[in-house]
Design a protein around this ligand. Structure first.
Ligand code: TRP
Length: 363
């Protein structure tokens, strides 16, 4: 059996450092380990339309942006196939057949969907397309026989839903599909990076993101304005580390070499945290340290992105070729699915034979 990997992102904006630590970084590592047959990254524009159907321009404008972010982070198109979801018609076919296998109640139980509904206006008038996007995501995954899905932990309910569909499909139509598994980041602090305001999740609509493409000055301003401990008013005051966004980010980004380079008076993060708790360590100092780290981390990505943006035609070609390959792969799987369901009338000579036999007997 092939080892296929699939993951994706909605093109509703540029990608931010939450995407980076939550999944992009891991994808590049998996790519470089090279232990797979096919690795697909989907620009999920059709899924993005499920809650942006009235703003298609936003989705269209962000397709190349997201592709640039992938490439800038080190995704190598000779090892990974990047494609655009809406250009793979058989994904819609799969979705339509899987819909029969999922109850409305099951969709309404999905914790990620619940959370997203709360964040959007349509809590009372839910578009069917939005509620059913987990089914379409199951098509994304199974349409390429993917068994490995590198993603953030908010995608776990989608993968669980996919596994339910696979089991149910195989039960009814015979062993056809494979159950996927999620690959989460190693460091739990990366699961769901909070926004710079300390609110739940980094999210464009909350205006609390640091983007991969942000200029140095913008990064600095965002870091200096970050939420810390509201009770830590004077440097001498004892401070709280838990729920302090600067420390949350340091947990994610700080490496031993950063202390050597920027803050040699501390051996490690534990020492820094302890000083903060004790009192006598100011917010400006920890913010400057975080800023140094983020500048160092993001500089090569931003530089590469600018370089890549000089050749948009090249990026377009990468997407065009990737989409062509993905389309062929998904067509093969969809054919297998339709065979299993017996809806392959013109490809299966046995259909005509059996029907001729049947009507011969009847006459
Ligand atoms: N739901 C994912 C997100 O919001 C995007 C996505 C679409 C995806 N299809 C996928 C992720 C398949 C993993 C696998 O970011």
């Amino acid at each position: 059996m092939e080892k296929n990997i699939l993951t994706g992102d909605r093109p509703t904006g540029r990608l931010h450092i939450g995407h980076y630590v939550g999944s992009l970084k891991r994808r590049v590592e998996i790519q470089n380990e090279g232990n797979y047959d096919n690795f697909y990254i989907e620009i999920a524009d059709a899924q993005a339309l499920t809650d942006n159907y009235d703003n298609p321009g936003k989705v269209r404008e962000n397709v190349i942006e997201v592709a640039l972010d992938y490439l800038a982070c080190g995704i190598d198109p000779s090892k990974v196939t990047i494609f655009i979801q809406s250009q793979i018609p058989s994904l819609c076919e799969l979705t339509f057949y899987y819909m029969n296998l999922v109850t409305l109640a099951r969709l309404e139980r999905n914790p990620t969907i619940k959370e997203e509904l709360k964040m959007r206006d349509f809590e009372k008038a839910i578009p069917t397309g939005f509620l059913t996007y987990p089914i379409s995501q199951a098509a994304d995954i199974t349409g390429f026989d993917a068994t490995i899905v590198p993603a953030g932990d908010d995608q776990l309910p989608m993968i669980e839903q996919t596994r339910d569909i696979v089991r149910s499909f195989n039960n009814i139509y015979g062993e056809t599909l494979y159950e996927p598994e999620a690959v989460l980041p190693d460091n739990e602090a990366c699961f769901r990076l909070v926004g710079t305001d300390g609110k739940a999740k980094m999210s464009k609509s909350l205006n609390n993101c640091i983007y991969l493409a942000d200029e140095p000055e913008v990064i600095r301003e965002k870091v200096m304005g970050m939420y810390t401990d509201p009770n830590h008013l004077r440097v001498e005051d004892p401070g709280q580390v838990e729920g302090n966004t600067v420390f949350t980010y340091l947990d994610v980004f700080a490496k031993p070499e950063h202390f050597d380079a920027y803050l040699p008076e501390y051996k490690n993060l534990d020492e820094l945290k302890e000083h903060y708790r004790r009192g006598g360590l100011g917010d400006v100092k920890i913010k400057r340290f975080l800023n140094d780290i983020l500048q160092e981390t993001l500089e090569p990505i931003r530089t590469r992105r600018k370089e890549l943006a000089k050749d948009i035609k090249g990026v377009y070609k990468i997407l065009e070729e990737g989409t062509k390959k993905a389309n062929e792969h998904c067509l093969r799987v969809t054919e297998r699915v339709k065979n299993a369901m017996g809806i392959n009338y013109f490809d299966d000579p046995k259909f005509l034979e059996s029907q001729i036999e049947k009507f011969k007997k009847e006459n």
